[in-house]
Design a protein. Structure first.
Length: 334
């Protein structure tokens, strides 16, 4: 599926754009009704840091692989109830509903329960087994776990015993991400008997971040948890400057202008779960027994610290990072 993801990432800037503009030289003839549609259910308000960006790319990949229609359904929480909007979507052909907005977790589960012939896939939040119908698939999301891995890696990569962290104020779970990143730095120091200073760059605009980046050199490490507006404003064409760690960039899935500067990123891996859901839907196997649940994001690699050029890093750091990941998997409350 790697080649499909490369096509997807090159085309995707938003689901709305790709659905209208995406094409592939080889699209298999669908053997199902053209009315079959997979829909991303989201709010009208975009929140950076959610799995929605990756899910949008996954839906376009599903369009290429299976030939089904894909679209997005926006719910304006000020003017419409989720249940009514979901019914409209189903009537319009959305027989697979995909979402990561936790406001819709229980409403989607309840909706799937009374419409057993459709299928829902949800990434993130928490749902009890008693509230999950058989045609509702749930996959955990853990950006905090990814941030903790990033903090551990940043401390190991730093050459001057300090790391910088910028977390955009509107980024999903911004405060929790800061805490998790700092905890990862602390864990590296405990394991290697070092002392690394974590410098929090004041949350705000890209201008604030740029001023900090201008004062740093190649021996510095900076982690940036920010939306598209932040990344679009960074001077990433420069070949020098600090080592950057990103998040939600779909790193490695396409040729990005700044990939030489950003070789590490906290990423979601949801493609296989979405493609599996589409395959089950087309085979009319929407119910699962036992219930389809993937509770460990780091364990199942739903969230990962993606490194595009591991050969450029010390092998000892990669070994320590993998060992640390296993510790987090075995002790999720750590």
């Amino acid at each position: 599926m790697k080649k499909f993801r490369n096509v997807v990432a090159a085309l995707v800037t938003s689901l709305t754009l790709v659905v209208s503009a995406c094409s592939s030289p080889v699209i298999p003839e669908p053997d199902h009704k053209a009315r079959t549609t997979a829909c991303l259910i989201r709010s009208t308000v975009l929140e950076p840091g959610t799995p929605e960006k990756q899910l949008a790319a996954d839906l376009v990949e599903a369009k290429i692989v299976f030939g089904l229609a894909v679209r997005e359904i926006k719910i304006d929480e000020t003017t419409s109830q989720a249940s009514a909007r979901l019914l409209q979507a189903l009537q319009a052909g959305c027989v697979l509903m995909v979402s990561a907005n936790t406001d819709y977790l229980l409403p989607m589960a309840d909706f799937a329960k009374v419409h057993p012939k459709m299928l829902a896939l949800f990434v993130g939040g928490e749902i009890k087994i008693i509230n999950q119908p058989a045609n509702f698939r749930w996959v955990a999301d853990d950006l905090q776990g990814g941030a903790r891995l990033a903090g551990f890696f940043a401390a190991g990569k730093s050459e001057n015993a300090r790391v910088h962290l910028f977390a955009q104020g509107t980024y999903l779970q911004s405060k929790a991400i800061q805490a998790a990143f700092v905890a990862g730095v602390r864990d590296f120091d405990e394991s290697s008997d070092t002392v690394t200073e974590t410098i929090l760059v004041k949350p705000g605009t890209a201008q604030t971040l740029n001023k900090t980046l201008a004062t740093l050199g190649s021996e510095d490490v900076v982690a940036v948890f920010g939306g598209r507006s932040i990344w679009d404003s960074l001077p990433l064409e420069q070949t020098d400057g600090p080592y950057l760690i990103g998040a939600d960039l779909q790193l490695g899935e396409a040729t990005l202008a700044f990939e030489s500067r950003v070789q590490v990123s906290v990423e979601r891996n949801t493609s296989k779960y979405l493609l599996s859901a589409v395959s089950s839907l087309l085979d009319r196997k929407v119910e699962s027994d036992p219930l389809y649940r993937k509770p460990g994001a780091l364990k199942f690699n739903t969230v990962e610290l993606r490194i595009t050029q591991p050969d450029s890093l010390p092998g000892s750091l990669l070994v320590a990072l993998n060992a640390y990941k296993q510790v987090l998997i075995s002790s999720p409350s750590r």
